[in-house]
Design a protein around this ligand. Structure first.
Ligand code: C5P
Length: 403
């Protein structure tokens, strides 16, 4: 597998705080962009005294955000949306003052508010006078931040103030390389994952089709989570109205036959296959070129033929992935039915959920049990994004260990 940069297509908030090392943040913004990241710079007021916002705007192609209370900015992408948008918040340079605020959960400005409001990856590159860095309170703040953020640097050497010691911000390239190394180490790093999602549509005539109520949200949440955990992800999606998760390769299909072909073409070198699609079991045996007429009794004459079982074809193929995981949306005897599916289709596990009364379809939350051949593991209920992360973290422990 050719290793692409972790930063490819990632949303990065580059927080710039007020220190002389601000000039290095310009190079950092460029380097992140070179690696395919979409960079949104957020400056503190004091940072603007060192480097102009216009410089960062020119480097990133995006207007720099500074104030929390800017009605224009809030009307565009507000601070909470920006907190959700970010895959990584990197504060570089991070002053002693900002470190203290982040460590204590204070949120006096836009950057610190984003930090507190976002569940994304976080990193700081401290930059300060060597005496400030050595200060016991700064070191205490560092101890707190280590729990939730990657700390890069600082380097030692001659400082802008003339002192010699530790406190210089690391070079832009070193910061990016250090992050590549730590962020690429997710539990799925180096693995290739294919996920099917959504319903399939089986045409009857030019205006009608057979379908089901799948929204695709679970498969898309899984694709997003797999990417965040370090996998290279291909998402094969039936007709849905959902945005492609960041960094994920998406192939759109309409019918089960098209999904089958796309899956077969994507199997080479795959470690994990997850069939989250609600594939139509049957399709009309022929598709009419003309709209069928109720008056001619055409509709009652429709005959159905069985669609290929996509996941089963993956599970019994000669280049079977190490793990083939199915979904079972059941209205009754959920665990028994899931176990039967696991055996019938030669799967390694089935993610079972109850869809009685139409629950779960189209919802943003879910509750699932991972059913294995001889055991079952219920996971905590929650947003599909969180449940997806739990599912994939669990599955990652079953993958053969890589050298
Ligand atoms: O048999 P049932 O449709 O309930 O099985 C559900 C599991 O099988 C899901 O993982 C679904 O994606 C997969 N499936 C498939 N191809 C089919 C039918 C179901 O891949 N034709």
């Amino acid at each position: 597998m050719t290793q692409t940069s972790w930063f490819q297509n990632k949303h990065i908030v580059l927080g710039v705080t007020g220190g002389i090392a601000c000039y290095k943040a310009c190079e950092l913004a460029r380097e992140l962009g070179r690696r395919g990241a979409i960079v949104q710079v957020v400056m503190t007021e004091s940072a603007t005294a060192f480097v102009s916002a216009l410089t960062f705007q020119a480097l990133t192609g995006r207007e720099v955000k500074i104030s929390m209370l800017d009605p224009k900015a809030e009307a565009g992408m507000g601070h909470i949306e920006l907190a959700r948008w970010a895959d990584l918040i990197l504060v570089a340079p991070c002053t002693a003052n900002t470190m203290a605020q982040l460590a204590q959960g204070r949120a006096p400005d836009l950057l610190t508010t984003l930090w507190a409001a976002s569940a994304c990856e976080k990193a700081i590159a401290p930059a300060m006078n060597q005496q400030m860095w050595k200060h016991p309170e700064t070191q205490e703040n560092l101890d707190r931040l280590v729990r939730s953020a990657h700390i890069i640097g600082p380097d030692s050497g001659i400082q802008a103030c003339g002192d010699i010691g530790s406190g210089r911000m690391s070079e832009a390239l070193d910061i990016v390389e250090a992050l590549e190394t730590s962020l690429n180490r997710g539990p799925l790093s180096g693995t290739q994952v294919v996920i099917t999602a959504g319903p399939t549509h089986e045409p009857i005539d030019p205006v009608r089709y057979l379908a089901n109520r799948s929204s695709g949200k679970m498969g898309f949440a899984l694709a997003e989570a797999a990417n965040r955990l370090g996998a290279t992800v291909t998402l094969i999606a039936g007709p849905v109205h959902l945005d492609t998760p960041t960094g994920v390769k998406r192939i759109d299909v309409e019918t089960a036959a098209e999904m089958h072909t796309a899956v077969q073409a994507s199997l080479d070198g795959i470690d994990l296959f997850i069939g989250a699609a609600a594939v139509c079991d049957m399709r009309p045996s022929s598709v009419s070129n003309q709209k069928l007429k109720k008056s001619k009794n055409d509709l009652s004459q429709i005959t159905l033929v069985e669609n290929p079982d996509i996941i089963q074809s993956v599970a019994i193929s000669s280049n079977r992935p190490a793990l083939v995981i199915g979904f079972a949306a059941e209205t009754e005897s959920v665990l028994e039915n899931a176990k039967r599916k696991l055996t019938d289709k030669s799967l390694d596990a089935v993610i079972a959920n109850c869809v009685a009364d139409g629950e779960i379809f189209g919802q943003d939350t879910t509750e699932v049990t991972i059913v294995y051949k001889d055991s079952a593991q219920p996971l905590a209920a929650g947003p599909k994004s969180e449940v997806s992360k739990d599912i994939l973290t669990t599955l990652s422990t079953l993958l053969p260990k890589r050298i």
